[in-house]
Design a protein around this ligand. Structure first.
Ligand code: ZN
Ligand code: ZN
Length: 166
């Protein structure tokens, strides 16, 4: 989704509010294409002042992620504050201020970049997810298995040794 801001650029300063549902946002992760389970709502104010365009807004949506412990899919709510700066003046461009090309701003790009950098690094379905049994692969959140769990916490090991002594 591209918005044309040519009509705004003739003004010295202005403020416009947008409420958009960009439907062409695509995010590719190493494990595949990111699934959106809700519309992507992007509400923002576009402000032009002294050749700098500032976009301040909120992105709301929901994506499906795969738990890195139990491999189950889970819904993850996204609620992001967005702050972006653009300019039409090449001299003002720096690492935070991007150049506007052809008087257009690519909204889908802003949305995908912001979602991507804010995805959780540890994708876990819930706090305390027990994950899969290393031996038989049972999802330990749903059922127990009969495998003997050899990975005992170090503190427990000390206790075990102690109990052998008495
Ligand atoms: Zn999980
Ligand atoms: Zn098992």
């Amino acid at each position: 989704m591209i918005i044309d801001i040519s009509s705004l650029l003739h003004k010295k300063s202005c403020e416009v509010e947008y409420d958009l549902i960009p439907d062409d946002v695509e995010i590719i992760l190493p494990e595949g294409k990111l699934d959106f389970s809700k519309d992507i709502l992007f509400n923002f104010k576009l402000q032009l002042l002294n050749e700098i365009i500032t976009i301040v807004g909120i992105i709301k949506t929901q994506v499906m992620l795969q738990c890195s412990r139990c491999a189950e899919e889970f819904a993850y709510d996204i609620n992001l504050d967005v702050f972006e700066e653009f300019t039409i003046n090449k001299d003002l461009v720096d690492e935070d201020i991007a150049l506007i090309i052809n008087e257009k701003i690519d909204i889908s790009r802003i949305v995908s970049d912001n979602i991507l950098i804010n995805l959780p690094i540890a994708k876990v379905c819930k706090e305390g997810c027990k994950g899969l049994c290393h031996k038989c692969g049972t999802n330990l959140n749903k059922e127990k298995c009969d495998c003997h769990n050899e990975e005992i916490d170090d503190r427990l090991k000390v206790l075990q040794e102690f109990l052998k002594l008495i």
